[in-house]
Design a protein around this ligand. Sequence first.
Ligand code: AP5
Ligand code: MG
Length: 194
Amino acid sequence: MFNLVLFGPPGSGKGTHAIRIKEKYNLFHFSTGEYLRAEINNKTELGLRAKEFINKGNLVPDDLVFEIIESLIEKHKGVNGFILDGFPRTIIQAEQLDKAQTKINESVSMVLSLVVDEDELMKRLIKRGEETGRHDDNEAIIKRRFDVYNRQTSPLIEYYKNQDKYYEIYGLGSVDSIFGRITNIIDAYFANIK
Ligand code: AP5
Ligand code: MG
């Protein structure tokens, strides 16, 4: 099974590229952020709990998120592989994922990290906020999301470098050119394991 972690700060293009990667490689795409926003829209108990964190730009507690991931993996055992978009986001989540994967003889195959500077990210997210009304896409909350990414999520870079699974992709330019960089890395991975 090919288990891809799509990594990067808010607005770096995880969702944009996940859709394309999913089609090209026939993988199951799961965005924790999208899942949680759907729960909020449906006013479920989980949504109500998650809302207070998301709307402030903070992370939802690890255990809550991990329960979602665990049941996802369990439910979709037959798939070719997963694209995890926006998960893991803390060292604890990465450790929880490693443990759960080991139990079923699986592991994270690679971590693709989209690298984009904060000025560009801010521009993208402000624009999306104006176009779609996504609640956490306003300047103050975006800054908070950057801060949370830098403090809680970026330590995962070292974590996955230590496992030899970390690949950086320059995330500026046209979506097509960035997608080309992504597929080069994934194709090289498949060529190597053959
Ligand atoms: P989540 O939904 O994951 O948000 P995020 O990480 O902040 O990232 P975004 O979805 O905003 O950006 P993206 O990288 O997907 O970029 P996109 O392709 O959309 O998480 C939201 C919240 O949920 C978190 O803050 C947290 O509260 C909670 N949460 C989620 N996962 C969690 C977890 N594991 N643990 C705890 N809490 C969790 O692109 C952005 C914009 O840029 C789009 O408008 C796009 O069209 C545009 N764009 C894309 N590529 C380009 C390009 N090359 N050039 C110009 N524009 C581009
Ligand atoms: Mg996204």
